[in-house]
Write a protein that binds this ligand. Structure first.
Ligand code: ASP
Length: 413
């Protein structure tokens, strides 16, 4: 009963936040009431995200170690990671193809004057990063002193170390049962903390959405309307049709059942624009509401939150074609193939934090010789688009955990 009321509170918080946001934006940025309102909202919103980030690293670490170690019982470890990676790549590839198709069909940006954005472009300092540099940097960030990775909050390196430790526990077997039991208990405690933090979610989400709506610049949005519409349209097709269809066909879970179980995490993703910050909520949703077993969820969700980003991959592809249109370059089929590959790579490499996809965008643009400075054009609308792509990123992880669980139990029986 309490679960239901928390869900209702979160929905209510979201609606009130959006309404207040419109109210404040109607009053204008200079009004004293707006400024006080935004100040309070920022304080509460930041605090909520800080709380989620506080539990993030211990949660990722323990859930992966326990997740992998428990796979021993199934003798399914190979199957779990194989199906997981196949699912991640397949869904991200579909997302990029969808983005490329939509951008080719609607040609956003072809009518716009690049001169209009000259100022933005000139004021932007691009970090030069070639595909090789990016790849090397990505590889190097995988392996780090685990204590440093834990302390610095480097999620990817924590994931890798936890995976290795989990595998060692599987191979070591009974002898290390105490460490495994310790990890298990630690995980349970962290999940208890997550439960407490979730009580604050309605307020936190209200504050974050209020801020988002009140600080949107409607005029800039309307200049970019075609681009925004193509990205949102394609992202919604992926999130509302493609992923639910995959889910239904493989597991029989209907979109409505999924929504009921997943909504806490989806709304948190919209409010925080961060798959990493949402991760504690995502894990809770799939385990408690969607009944994915801890060993599968503990592996698929944390790895997915750092690697599997359908929304980001789709966005990178559309944005690259949009910028090509703006500068009047027609990308050939071969060049679009490069965009396809680099968009996936850039999405995998993007950490689950706000606007990360825009930073790794550099790689996609450089790979086909587009001006990196053009990223400045995307900045004003990124905040809005980030909310939707993060939601689809998180949705993809949750659908993935259900699909993987189905495949693994299928071959179990
Ligand atoms: N904000 C996104 C996420 O956390 C990453 C991105 O910027 O695309 O999933």
């Amino acid at each position: 009963m309490r679960q239901v009321s928390l869900n209702a509170q979160i929905l209510l918080g979201a609606v009130v936040g959006i309404a207040l946001g419109f109210g404040f934006s109607g009053l204008g940025q200079t009004s004293e009431i707006t400024q006080t309102g935004l100040y309070v909202a920022k304080l509460i919103g930041t605090l909520f995200i800080d709380l989620l980030r506080m539990v993030l690293i211990p949660l990722v670490f323990t859930s992966i170690v326990v997740g992998v170690a428990n796979l021993r019982a199934h003798r399914q470890m190979n199957r779990v990671w194989q199906v997981t990676l196949c699912y991640f790549f397949a869904t991200m590839a579909i997302a990029v193809v969808l983005g490329l198709a939509a951008a080719n069909l609607f040609q956003p940006g072809s009518g716009l004057q690049i001169a209009m954005f000259q100022d933005a472009i000139q004021g932007f300092q691009a970090t030069q990063m070639s595909l090789g540099d990016f790849f090397a940097q990505f590889l190097r960030s995988l392996f780090q002193n685990p204590i440093a990775a834990l302390a610095q909050g480097n999620v990817l390196a924590v994931v890798i170390f936890a995976l290795l430790l989990g595998i060692a526990l599987v191979i070591g077997g009974e002898r290390y049962r105490n460490i495994l039991a310790l990890m298990q208990e630690f995980l349970e405690l962290i999940l208890m903390l997550v439960g407490w933090i979730m009580r604050l979610a309605p307020l936190g989400i209200m504050a974050l959405l209020l801020q988002l709506v009140a600080t949107q610049d409607a005029q800039l949005l309307s200049t970019m309307i075609a681009f925004v519409a193509v990205v949102l349209g394609a992202t919604l097709v992926h999130g509302l049709i493609v992923l639910p269809l995959i889910l239904y066909l493989t597991t029989g879970v209907t979109p409505y059942q999924f929504w009921l179980g997943a909504r806490e995490a989806l709304i948190t993703a919209v409010a925080t624009s961060s798959s990493a910050a949402t991760l504690p909520v995502t894990l809770r949703c799939v385990e408690q509401h969607l009944h994915v077993k801890r060993d599968v969820a503990g592996f698929v969700i944390p790895v997915g939150a750092t690697m599997n980003m359908d929304g980001t991959a789709l966005y990178e592809a559309v944005a690259a074609l949009f910028i090509a249109n703006l500068v009047g370059i027609e990308l050939t089929f071969a060049q679009q193939l490069i965009v396809f590959l680099t968009a996936m790579l850039a999405a995998i490499g993007a950490p689950g934090i706000p606007s990360a996809g825009m930073v790794t965008m550099v790689v996609v643009l450089q790979s086909v010789g587009l001006p990196v400075e053009a990223i400045a054009i995307l900045m004003p609308v990124d905040r809005l688009l980030d909310t939707f792509r993060t939601m689809v990123n998180v949705e993809g992880d949750m659908v993935g955990s259900l699909v993987v669980q189905k495949w693994v139990t299928k071959s179990d029986g």
